[in-house]
Structures are given as C-alpha cells and as structure tokens.
Design a protein around this ligand. Structure first.
Ligand SMILES: NC(=O)c1ccc[n+]([C@@H]2O[C@H](COP(=O)([O-])OP(=O)(O)OC[C@H]3O[C@@H](n4cnc5c(N)ncnc54)[C@H](OP(=O)(O)O)[C@@H]3O)[C@@H](O)[C@H]2O)c1
Length: 201
C-alpha cells in the first residue's frame, strides 16, 4: 500500500482518479471543501506547506488545471496567464517542489487532456497548456531524481462531465471515469515513466 496525495480530489477528474487508487492510502487535497488538506496549486508556498504537512508520501496524483475558454481572438493575456499559472506552472511546480519531498522510487501523475491532439473551438488555452504538460512529462522523466517516475493522463471527456462539455464537443465519445481511473492506476502502480497515457474512445 502506498501513500498517495490526490490533488483536486473533489473535482470530476479527481473522482475518476480515485476509482483507480483503491489499493492505497489516499490523502485528499483541494482548494476548498471536505478534503484532508487545503492547497492552491498556483501558490509555491501552499504547495510546499502541503508536502511538509503530509510528511511521508509515495505518489502525487494531480487532477487540477484550471483553464479559460474563449476564442483566440477574444482571449486576453490575463486569461492566458490564469491558465498557464494553473494547468502548466501549477503542475510543474507540484513536481519541482515535490521532488524534494517525495519518497525514493515515488511517482508523479499529472493531467492534460485530449484537446491538444483533437482541437475544438474556444479551447486554445487548454490545448496549449495540455501540450506543454505532455512535453514536460516526456522530457523531465530523464531528469527525475532517486528513481522517481512521472506520467501524465491525457483523457478525452468524461461521461460524468458530458452534460457540461458535450455541446462543445460534437463527434467526441465520452469515456467512463472508471476507465480513466485505470490509467491513473497504471501510472501509480506500474513501472512506466515519461509516458503520456491517452484514454480515448
Ligand atoms: N472533466 C473532463 O471530462 C476532463 C477531460 C480531460 C481533461 N480534463 C482536465 O482535468 C482537469 C480537471 O477537470 P475537472 O473536470 O475535474 O474540473 P472540476 O470538476 O471543475 O474540478 C476541479 C477541481 O480542482 C480544484 N481547483 C481548482 N483550482 C485549484 C487550485 N488552484 N488549487 C487547488 N485546487 C484547485 C477545484 O476546487 P474548487 O471547487 O474549490 O474550485 C475542483 O475541486 C482540467 O485541467 C481539465 O482540463 C477534464
């Protein structure tokens, strides 16, 4: 049994990830609500405080990455930076700071999303930062210390979120959260590293 910090645990992707972590001691974290620890992934201090408070942990699973959705013509620099500081730098900082605290042979699992390979209108910031995270994971795997691993889950839309995003995504087929949970399980329980684990229908 591993000790796993699940960030964004109350969100839709967090709930999907949770279905794949049944064999482990899961410590939940998020920005608000009924979680074990409150954390804001856009704050370096908040991330550091989380790791210090938890103490020993073998895995970090992050499912947070806030994105602004509008057309490229309408997207302001502020909206770009909000997305970059959450979905891109927030996740990079979870790893950058987390490598100081994670147990030997531990693992990080990040979140991206299918829109960087299957673009749709209004999702340019999500697509761009998802692509950045996929690239970050593939390349930083060669520099991870103490036998630690890193992977990213790149899922299509969840069945549980279809009522929110379905209208924006004609021609897409949603996948059940339980299937996406398997991808998180493969990352945490397997030996792979530097992988972009796609979950598509
Ligand atoms: N849903 C899908 O079908 C799907 C598919 C592929 C990829 N994704 C990606 O998965 C990620 C999460 O999506 P989701 O659908 O799970 O969203 P969600 O249901 O809105 O959940 C997001 C969770 O993250 C928390 N959060 C937001 N900003 C935070 C921060 N700075 N620090 C800590 N926690 C924060 C939220 O807390 P509060 O409630 O306090 O705001 C909420 O609990 C996104 O990057 C999305 O692009 C989602």
């Amino acid at each position: 049994m591993k000790t796993v910090i699940l960030i964004g645990a109350l969100g839709k992707m967090g709930q999907a990830a949770l279905t794949g972590l049944g064999n482990h001691k899961v410590i939940t974290a998020g920005r608000s609500g009924d979680v074990d620890h409150i954390v804001d992934i856009t704050s370096e201090q908040s991330i550091r405080d989380l790791y210090k408070k938890v103490g020993h942990f073998d895995a970090v699973v992050n499912t947070v990455g806030f994105c602004e959705y509008t057309s490229f013509a309408e997207m302001t620099e502020t909206q770009w930076m909000t997305t970059v500081m959450s979905k891109m730098m927030g996740q990079i900082n979870l790893v950058r700071i987390g490598q100081e605290y994670i147990a030997d042979s531990g693992s990080f699992t990040l979140i991206s999303g299918i829109l960087n390979t299957k673009p749709i209108p209004y999702a340019i910031a999500d697509a761009t930062t998802s692509g950045a995270i996929d690239t970050f994971v593939k390349c930083v795997a060669f520099e991870m210390p103490r036998n630690t691993r890193i992977n990213v889950i790149n899922p299509t839309v969840l069945a549980e979120a279809w009522h929110v995003y379905g209208e924006m995504m004609p021609g897409f087929e949603p996948v059940p959260g339980k299937l996406v949970g398997k991808a998180f399980e493969r990352s945490v329980d397997g030996f792979i590293t530097g992988e972009i684990i796609f979950v598509d229908a």
